[in-house]
Design a protein around this ligand. Structure first.
Ligand code: ADP
Ligand code: MG
Length: 339
């Protein structure tokens, strides 16, 4: 008798959820990515109990029709990829078709959606991965996803979640990153009927930087700019006298995605080398655009880590652009106006 079995989808999705969905902030990140991919101009996030009780995300994007709704909670279903070649030309935030099945497997969730211009909408529910039927219903244009009782059927994960304030700080970080990267989208974040953020759309990222980190920082920021054929960089970086005791204000965005990258962190610290006291960190906001053929984002399910085709070229671009910007800046003493 053979011992090897093909796992049922409910188990496969719980395994996938283990990698992708570790806490409520991960649900928020995945659902906001979906809304952005759906061309939303406004995204509202509502949470109860740090997301443990309820996460509700509404968008005004293109919507999902009834036929597609029947598929989205099933594993590896996506509208963003159709062939292996597409993997080398990714221009959406999602493409693995894993988020909704993973979230659905570890919560009680409901999606309600109406595509632009349709007369009515439709909804579908899943209870811990048991997917219900699509029902026609009234709905505003766009998509609303409600995720309740996260991890109710994975007690170890549930225990790992922290208090509501801790979960909210992770969620605020997620929202901050998206808000910096997509200044033209209106984001709101509410928790237990209290508004945490209300960020109407703005033209320039610098306005969002000011909203989050204050006008003092904004006033002193230097701009860094580079344009090459397959790589471009736009950055706002703080002069060395404005710095931090940790690296939390080093934001790197690549092709519309917040990423963490050791080579780029190293380029940043090399650019400021000798200008900062020990244990102080630069403040930078870097927006990189790289031809999709030059970068692999399919390294990990969360896609926060990427692999560059030529890491040392990227390192050198970032290092030299930041050095140039710092060299052009005025030393602090010139900024001080004495009465
Ligand atoms: P992926 O984003 O990798 O395609 P997901 O599981 O996150 O996979 O979503 C599955 C599919 O559901 C998407 O490809 C998209 O077609 C649809 N979808 C999900 N969220 C939304 C949304 N907010 N608006 C419109 N379509 C959506
Ligand atoms: Mg997705």
């Amino acid at each position: 008798m053979g011992k090897v079995k093909i796992l049922p989808p409910s188990v496969i999705n719980k395994i996938a959820a283990g990698e992708l969905i570790d806490r409520s902030a991960a649900v928020v990140k995945e659902l906001i990515e979906n809304a952005i991919d759906a061309e939303a101009k406004r995204i509202d996030v509502y949470l109860e109990d740090g997301g443990r009780k309820l996460i509700r995300i509404s968008d005004d994007g293109v919507g999902i029709d009834a036929e597609d709704l029947a598929l989205v909670f099933r594993s590896h279903t996506t509208s963003k990829l159709s062939s292996a070649e597409d993997l080398f030309a990714i221009n959406t935030l999602g493409f693995r078709g894993e988020a909704l099945p993973s979230i659905g497997a570890v919560s009680n969730s409901k999606i309600t959606s109406r595509i632009r211009g349709a007369i009515s909408g439709a909804e579908i529910k899943t209870e811990g991965g048991r997917i219900g039927d699509v029902r026609e219903c009234g709905a505003p244009e766009g998509t609303q996803i409600e995720v309740q009782d996260l991890f109710f059927n994975t007690p170890v994960r549930k225990k790992f979640m922290k208090t509501a304030p801790t979960e909210m700080s992770y969620i605020s970080d997620v929202l901050t990153r998206f808000a910096l990267c997509y200044p033209n989208i209106h984001f709101t974040l509410r928790h237990n009927n209290r508004t945490v953020f209300n960020l109407p759309p703005v033209q320039e990222v610098i306005e969002r930087i000011e909203t989050f980190f204050g006008s003092e920082l904004k006033k002193h920021l230097l701009s860094a700019f580079l344009r090459e054929e397959l790589f471009s960089l736009k950055g706002y970086i703080a002069p060395p006298f404005l710095n931090k005791a940790n690296g939390r204000l080093q934001f790197i965005f690549l092709n519309g995605r917040y990423i963490k990258d050791t080579a780029i962190y190293r380029a940043i610290s090399d650019a400021y080398h000798g200008k900062l006291m020990n244990k102080r960190y630069p403040i930078v906001f870097l927006f990189l655009t790289v031809a999709p053929s030059e970068v692999d984002v399919n390294v990990h399910p969360t896609k926060t880590e990427v692999r560059f085709r030529n890491k040392s070229v990227v390192f050198n671009y970032v290092l030299s652009t930041l050095k140039d910007a710092l060299n052009k800046s005025q030393p602090k003493s010139i900024d001080i106006v004495t009465p």
